[in-house]
Ligand binder design. Sequence first.
Ligand code: GLP
Length: 256
Amino acid sequence: MEIIIQPDAEAATAVASHIVSQLLRNKPNAVLGLATGRTTVGLYRVLAQMKLDWSGVTTFNLDEYVGLPPEHAQSYHTFMRENLFRHVNVSPENTHIPDGTSGNIVELCEQYETQIRAAGGIDLQILGIGTDGHIGFNEPTSSLASRTRLKTLTQQTHEDNACYFGGADKVPDHVITMGLGTIMEARQCLLLAFGAKKARAIASTVEGPITSINPASILQMHPKVTVCLDRAAAADLKRADYYRWAYANKPGWQKF
Ligand code: GLP
């Protein structure tokens, strides 16, 4: 893992946007794995401002709420349309988000995995992290080998996302999410976390044991992960000085 600690979210987002834009410039037909949530809003804004060519890019989103139609204000279809897709020249037929209204979720999940494989696999998976350590919607105790499937949200995630729905009890209970095994097959992962509320989950992910109680910790087994943090999200890291030194003294040959 490469841990990059920046003074604030804006600076951490700038580093992350550089990684994504480099990929799109070097590989115009790149396959991107996309995340939703507050953390990614700034990243998508910066990427849209960069006027990159998205015409050959294929995208797969991590997750969607079960029961929310694409046009619902809180669906991840709407989030992606409003925050990224309508600002760039990506072809709608190249964007993929699980359909939360599907009548056959088991089949949909299998198809999603097939579509990712048919696209050649994900080159770069963008990730946020939940306060309970979830990536995508892989809640604590998710199988570390899991594939795209139906999951039940924890009480913690209901509370974290209550503000979007006007109450924790109004947050859908079920979601469709790529699995941890699916995420681990991406050729590169880019994890972003900002704010003090993420500090504990980040410390467990980077420095804790690999355990399904903290699903993001499986990323320790991935060969190419970059973690972009602001100072607050890095606050509980015991080896922060080492990460800062390593990044500041990164040899030229190692720079992206
Ligand atoms: C959400 C999403 C995740 C996201 C995480 C953090 O519920 N399913 O993909 O990374 O929780 O969200 P936020 O960035 O709003 O803190």
